[in-house]
Structures are given as C-alpha cells and as structure tokens.
Write a protein that binds this ligand. Structure first.
Ligand code: NAD
Ligand code: UGA
Length: 458
C-alpha cells in the first residue's frame, strides 16, 4: 500500500464533490477533504440530501464519509495539511471589462492560488481540475512561485470529462484520464503521483499523460467537438423541417458510418449546461487573442447555431399556434438542461421561457428535480411563471406542452388523460424527440417534433 497522502479539493461543486468521493472510495489509505466558501453547500454534502442530484452519488459519498472523506469550510487548515490540492472552483464566462461575454472569469481561480500561497506549509502538487484557458498554469505558477521560496509548488493539469446525470459511471469507468505536466523531474514526479491515484481503479492504458498545454487545450477541444456535433445535427434539423426529411432517420444513416459514430447525434431544442457555451466562447476568445480570427469565427458559429435552434423552437410554436400565444397557457415539461440532473445552468429552457414570456404566454413549469433552480433562474430574469411538480396538473387547461428536457417519466405519462384536460386544439412541441409522436397524434394532439414533419389535425 502506498504512503498515506492528504488530498484537498477546493470547490465542492458538481465536479469537486463527485470526483473526490470517487478518489476517497478507491484510495482508502488517503485522506480526502473537500472545502468550499459556501457553508450551506458543505453542510449539504455532510447530510442525507446532497447539494446536487446525481444518480448513484449518495451511495459513493456515504461509503467514505467520515472515514477518509471529509467536507469542510476550513480552507486554510486544509491547505496547510495538503500534499496534493485539486482546484475545482467555478470558471464562468467573464461578464465585465475586457473579454466580457467570452473570456473565462479567473477571479475565483486566482483567489485560490493566493490562498494556497498564503497557507501552504510544505511542497505541494496543485492540480487544475477546473476547465481553464490554455497556459493558465503558467499564471498559477507565477503567483505560487512569487512568495514562498522554501516551498515547491508543482502545477499539473487534470481536466474532468464527466457529464452530469452520468457522473458516477463516467468517474468509475472513464474513457480516459488526462494528466498534463512539465517535462522536468518534478513535473514527471507530480504527474506520476496523480496517475497513481487514478490507477487504483482506472486501467493504466486509459491514463494519458501529455504536456500541460496539450492537456489544458484538450479539455476545451473535447467540449467544442461535442457541442459541434449537436449544432451540426440541429442545423440539419432545420433543413429537415423544410424538406420532409426526418432528422432521426438522417442521424441513424450517418451514425452507422463508423467514422462518424452514432452518439451525440440527438437533435434537440439546443444544448445547455454550464460548460459547452462558456468553453467554446473561451476558445473563441483565445483564438482572437492569438490573431486567429477565422478559427475563432468557425467555433463561434457552434454557439450561434445553438441560439438559432432555441429561437427557432419558439418561432415554430408561435406560427403553429396561429401566430399568437398571448394569454395562452403553456406547460413547460422539464427545465433541467438534460435529464437526470437538477442543474439548470444555461438550460435551453431559460431562453425558450424568456421568449415565450415576451410573447405574453402564461407559463407553468414542471420538472422532477429542477423546480427550485427553475424558480431562481426565471425570477432573476423577471420572467413570470407558475411552478407545478405534477406534469398532469401543469398541463391542465394548457393550450400547449413544450417538452424541453428528456426526462424518462415524460414518456410514461397518461397522455390520453392529459389531452382530455387541455384546451383544444391541443399542441405538443417535443424539443427532445423522445415521445411517441404517432401515438400522441392518434390521441388528438397536434405534434411538432424537432426536424420532422408535424403531425396535425388542422
Ligand atoms: P460549481 O459552481 O458547481 O462548483 C464550484 C464551487 O467552487 C462552488 O461551490 C463555489 O462556492 C466554490 N468556490 C468558488 N471560489 C472558491 C474559493 N475561492 N474557495 C473555495 N471554494 C470556492 O462548478 P462545477 O460545475 O463543479 O465546475 C467547476 C469547474 O469544473 C469549472 O471550471 C467547470 O468548467 C469544470 N467542469 C464542470 C463539469 C460539470 O459537469 N459541471 C464537468 C467538467 C468540468
Ligand atoms: C459535457 C460533456 O459531455 C462532458 O464530457 C464535460 O465534462 C462537461 O460537458 C463539462 O465540461 O462540463 P454535460 O454538459 O454535463 O457534459 O452533459 P452532456 O451530456 O454533454 O449534454 C450537454 C447538452 O447537450 C445537454 O443540454 C444535452 O441535452 C445536449 N445534447 C446532448 C443534445 O442536445 N443532443 C445530444 O445528442 C447530446
């Protein structure tokens, strides 16, 4: 058994909590502590009701909680003890000053670097877990090496590739673990120390080591490629709607080409989540910074196409419903950015609801896990809406249902009963293409899927 290490993670969010719980579970000889400035979040990690909804996570946390997994607000104390510090704080899009709307806001990141500098008591490996612009490690190193000559700080990059809703599976069986470091003796030693942690449960051939800069860029590149696939299929969904081609059939046909592959080709109302948009805009900003304007424009189009898809969805609703939705009750089925999470950050539902409210529709939002977050998102934008846990109640008296999240439970609802309680003609706009459209049509709905001809009675 290897030497017992004190591992700290700064940032107890969607990444910090699950990744550290997985490390603690598989490395019982190490002590893992997760710290955060948000005391309520820390209390929630220690309780029966975790601060995030993620299938299977509670069992993983509880397996180690209080044994070798601890959550705390004592950031200074944690740093003082740590041999390895993962930094997993938020890196949102900057909303002010230079680079506003595109660049990464690194204030939380830099604050963490300064905290580490102040409180470290021994040599420490600092691991970039957050998604960061290329060459951020350089800035981190400059800060860390500025003030504590007796202490060696080695910075490595270990970006996280988990997706929400499948975080436990993704952490347990990752396609790869990426670790980037300097090609120096200290750099190689630090990379090996991080690789050894993962090797407790990840096969060595899936642990990839690269230079720091390749590792930082690979994270942005992976998200850009994934989002690009969605924008590509969504762009074609618009063409399908004009030509009576069917986007599901097209996706299947192209996805059977092994060079293309079948995954991530589901046309939708648009991609959401805290990262795709911000990471692509960050990539765009970086390209602009280096004078690569054509490259920047290429990637920016992925985000523009997503905005277009969200707007197009609303436009289709309005035109289908006789060019006016003012005063009409619309049931929004799902507010989370995807199924199996309560996360609503950058959810397409936000923009769709804003647009519908601008048209003076009366919104009633339902979601099995994200109602509290939905309430906060819409209140922050002064979008009036009702909130209803039961989708059948949400649809009562509604002129239309807009399905914005692919929750499995929406496939099992009694649509015959729902239809009976709705205002006629009743519309259903499926922004996820998960429902049985011919069946809904047979019940009486006017059904508008994404990228397919509508099934109407009008
Ligand atoms: P999050 O907002 O859920 O969590 C970040 C946490 O950091 C918050 O709890 C916040 O209070 C804390 N924090 C901020 N400043 C701090 C400080 N100075 N000291 C201590 N704590 C501080 O964010 P997240 O979704 O976990 O994302 C974290 C990073 O991981 C981001 O860079 C993101 O791009 C990246 N990432 C996220 C995902 C995902 O699925 N959410 C996946 C891969 C990578
Ligand atoms: C994504 C990546 O998949 C992760 O690898 C990455 O670590 C993470 O971003 C991150 O850096 O934060 P996540 O955003 O949690 O994970 O979820 P995804 O499954 O990628 O879905 C993103 C959005 O795309 C969702 O709104 C989803 O509904 C949408 N989507 C996905 C589609 O519209 N069509 C698809 O075929 C797939």
């Amino acid at each position: 058994m290897s030497k017992s290490l004190s591992i700290l993670c700064i940032g107890a969010g969607y990444v910090g909590g699950p990744t550290m719980a997985m490390i603690a579970r598989h490395c019982p000889e190490h002590r893992v502590t997760v710290v955060d400035i948000d005391a309520a979040r820390i209390r929630a990690w220690q309780s029966d009701v975790l601060p995030i909804y993620e299938p299977g996570l509670k069992e993983v946390v509880q397996a180690s909680l209080g044994r070798n997994l601890f959550f705390s607000t004592d950031i200074a104390g944690g740093i003082a003890q740590a041999d390895i510090i993962f930094v997993s704080v938020s890196t949102p899009t900057k909303l002010f000053g230079e680079g506003a709307g595109r660049a990464a806001d690194l204030q939380y990141w830099e604050r963490t670097a300064r905290e580490i500098l102040t409180h470290a008591t021994k040599d420490v490996v600092v691991v970039e877990k957050s998604t960061l612009p290329v060459r951020t490690a350089e800035a981190m190193e400059r800060i860390l090496r500025a003030g504590r000559p007796g202490i060696h700080f080695e910075v490595v990059s270990n970006p996280e590739f988990l997706a929400e809703g499948t975080a436990v599976h993704d952490l347990l069986s990752p396609d790869r673990v990426l670790i980037g470091g300097h090609d120096t003796a200290a750099g190689r030693q630090a990379v090996a120390a991080i690789a050894d942690l993962y090797a407790h449960w990840v096969p060595r051939d899936r642990i990839l080591t690269t230079s720091l800069w390749s590792s930082e860029l690979s994270k942005l590149a992976a998200n850009a490629f994934l989002a690009q696939r969605i924008s590509s299929i969504n762009s074609l969904s618009a063409l399908c709607e004009r030509t009576e081609a069917d986007i599901t059939e097209v996706a299947r046909a192209i996805g059977m080409d092994r060079r293309i592959g079948p995954r991530f080709l589901n046309a939708s109302v648009g991609f959401g989540g805290s990262c795709f948009r911000k990471d692509i805009l960050n990539l765009v900003y970086l390209c602009e910074h280096y004078g690569l304007h054509e490259v920047a424009a290429y990637w920016e189009q992925v985000v523009r196409m997503n905005d277009y898809q969200e707007d197009r969805f609303v436009h289709r609703m309005i035109t289908a419903m006789f060019n006016t939705i003012a005063g009409k009750r619309i049931a929004v089925f799902g507010f989370a950015f995807k199924a199996d999470t309560g996360d609503t950050r950058e959810s397409p539902a936000i923009r769709v609801c804003e647009r519908l409210a601008q048209e003076r529709a009366q919104l009633v939002v339902t979601d099995p896990q994200a109602l509290d977050n939905a309430r906060q998102e819409l209140a922050a934008r002064q979008v009036p809406a009702e909130f209803e846990a039961d989708p059948c109640e949400a649809a009562r008296g509604a002129h239309a249902i807009a399905v914005l999240t692919e929750w499995a439970e929406y496939e099992k609802l009694d649509y015959r009963r729902i239809f009976a309680d709705m205002t006629k003609p009743a519309f259903l706009f499926d922004g996820r293409n998960r429902l049985n459209h011919p069946e809904l049509h047979a019940i009486g709905f006017n059904v508008y899927p994404i990228g397919k001809p509508p099934l109407t009675h009008l």
